[in-house]
Design a protein around this ligand. Structure first.
Ligand code: SF4
Ligand code: SF4
Length: 158
């Protein structure tokens, strides 16, 4: 008897679309501006965590515009993925290594930070930039120029 009553109640609820109205009520209840949780990216850029490690940058000295990198290769040796290649030539006058090329394969990077920790002169840094997507694998291999300039994401406005 009780089962039959429940079944009739359920059928009646279905006919009167009570579940649908319930759902609509929840939707309308959340329409107030205080309930908006969606981030309006890319016009509003999210703030990443302080210790976030993102796009790599090869720092240059702002006073003379020369690279801070001394070509010691320690970052490449520290990298467990072997994705950094540092090219240098010996300067006969200064007897120092001059940086010629620097490549960084982002597609294999796990952003562990071992390379920047290994750098003795803070030349290599993992920044807070997070937009590194590329349509091609080749686009993820950054050369010295890209590493010095850093990512240049499109700035959108509303
Ligand atoms: S963050 Fe880690 S995986 Fe990426 S280049 Fe540096 S050491 Fe290699
Ligand atoms: S560890 Fe630093 S200074 Fe040495 S090659 Fe890498 S970026 Fe350059």
């Amino acid at each position: 008897m009780e089962m039959a009553a429940n079944s009739m109640l359920n059928t009646l609820k279905r006919w009167l679309l009570l579940d649908l109205l319930d759902g609509l009520w929840v939707t309308f209840k959340m329409q107030g501006t205080g309930n908006i949780a969606t981030e309006q990216y890319p016009s509003d850029r999210p703030k990443v965590a302080e210790r976030y490690r993102g796009a790599p940058r090869l720092n240059i000295n702002p006073e003379n515009n020369e690279t801070l990198c001394i070509g010691c290769d320690l970052c490449a040796k520290a990298c467990p993925e072997n994705l950094i290649v540092v090219g240098t030539v010996r300067n006969k006058e200064t007897r120092r290594l001059d940086l010629t090329t620097f490549t960084y394969d982002l597609s294999r990077c796990m952003f562990c930070g071992l390379c920047e920790d290994a750098c003795p002169v803070d030349a290599l840094e993992l920044t807070q930039d997070f937009e590194m997507a590329s349509y091609t694998r080749e686009g993820l291999i950054w050369d010295r120029q890209m590493l010095e300039e850093g990512p240049r994401p499109t700035q959108y406005t509303r």
